[in-house]
Every structure is written in C-alpha cells, then in structure tokens.
Design a binder for this molecule. Structure first.
Ligand code: IPE
Ligand code: IPE
Ligand code: MG
Length: 208
C-alpha cells in the first residue's frame, strides 16, 4: 500500500449512467442495467483485493419508482436474477451482503430474494457489500427518528446514528458518482458529512 494514497476503508458509489450507456448503443435501458451488474461484480472483486472493508452502492432510489413501469419491473427482475446468480461466488469470496432500504414497498418475491441473499452470506467475514435498494437518505433519517420515538429514546446525534440503516458500518471515506452529474440524489445524506467526493463522467458500465 502506498502510504500517501491509503486505501479507503469504506467506499460508496452512486452507480449512474446505465441508461445513457445503453442508449448510445441503441439498446434498451435495461441492457445498460445488466451491464451495470457486470461492472459491480468487477468492482466488488477489486475492492476485496485492494483491502477495502466496506463497499456501499446505490442500486435503486426511493425516487426511481417514478421511472417508466417497464424499466422499474426490469430492475426488479434484474435484482432477483443477479442475487440468484452472484450469491454463490460472493459466498466463496467471503463477501457479506446487506440490502439497505425500505422493504415495505417491495413485492413478497423480491423481499424473499433479499432475505435469502443476506442469509446465505451471513457467516462471511470479508468485504461488506451494502446494496442500497429502495433507499433514500431522507427515508433513513425519518425511519431512524420514528424508531427512537417508539423506543422512547432522546433524539441525540448518537442515538440517531445508531438507528440508521447503515449503523453496522462506519461512515464512507470516499463517495464516487459516475455518469457526470455532480449531485448526491438523496444518497447517504447523514453519513456523507465528512466524505471525500469524486465525480467522473465515465458511465457506470465503463467504470473500473
Ligand atoms: C443508474 O443509471 C441506475 C439506476 C438509477 C437504477 P441510470 O438509469 O440513471 O442511467 P442514466 O443516468 O439514465 O444514464
Ligand atoms: C441515482 O441515480 C440513483 C441510483 C444510482 C440508484 P439517478 O439517475 O436516479 O439520479 P438523478 O435522478 O439523476 O438525480
Ligand atoms: Mg441517472
């Protein structure tokens, strides 16, 4: 490891640009999301090799429900398919998978695949991979606050922090957004307080 460029402990990524990647190739947008899964597989492997402890990726935002219905259902199908196909290798590689986000709005079949993916990797002690799905930073803060109210705990920074959906990992050291937009789009609003930000025009399927 180069001491002037220490490996970040927790890297978070807004995987943006799949739709444009597909459109440029005259392909349907879902083809871009499929290519995005390939890119994520490479990224997980490289993070594990380089000694990153936690990788958190934004796969589907609370706002992504506003997309055309066929794209939303394509993304749901792709998620279920990707879990089925990728989990055996993740298990072998020691990756521990967490799905972070609101489950209530998801279909029973999707909820079941998320639970299966988490259960299959629950004993792993290597790279932690958080897949933010039906996630929004505002949703997370609101659910954390509601939880404190129910538990009768005072709303302090540390209690709120512990009630957030990412309480099992430290805050990200580095947040990357591919695809050229320089915004956060409701990702990790609380946890980004001191993260370094890196924006690149590279589209997510081309990122390495
Ligand atoms: C990001 O790629 C993936 C998801 C939001 C699911 P986009 O689908 O937003 O791709 P662009 O931004 O339209 O190119
Ligand atoms: C952010 O990308 C969400 C994900 C990568 C899942 P979007 O493409 O949805 O963000 P906006 O709409 O351009 O802000
Ligand atoms: Mg986008």
């Amino acid at each position: 490891m180069n001491p002037s460029h220490p490996t970040p402990n927790h890297v978070a990524i807004v995987m943006d640009g799949n739709g444009r990647w597909a459109t440029r190739r005259f392909l349907p947008r879902v083809a871009g999301h499929k290519a995005g899964v390939d890119s994520l597989r490479r990224c997980v492997r490289i993070c594990a090799e380089r000694g990153v402890s936690v990788l958190t990726v934004f796969a589907f935002s609370s706002e992504n429900w506003n997309r055309p219905q066929d794209e939303v259902s394509g993304l749901m199908e792709l998620l279920a398919m990707a879990i089925g196909r990728e989990v055996p290798q993740l298990v072998k590689d020691g990756v521990r998978l967490y799905f972070v986000g609101e489950r209530a709005g998801l279909s029973p079949a999707i909820k079941l695949s998320l639970e299966k993916g988490e259960a299959a990797t629950a004993a792993n002690a290597g790279l932690i991979l958080n897949v933010c799905f039906n996630y929004g930073g505002r949703w997370d803060m609101a659910q954390a606050a509601r939880r404190l109210v129910v538990e009768g705990k005072p709303v302090t920074e540390s209690n709120l922090d512990a009630a957030l959906a990412l309480a099992h990992v430290p805050d990200p050291d580095l947040i990357i957004r591919t695809g050229g937009e320089q915004r956060i789009s409701n990702f990790l609003l609380w946890q980004a307080a001191y993260s370094e930000l890196y924006f690149t025009d590279t589209l997510w399927p081309d990122f390495d």
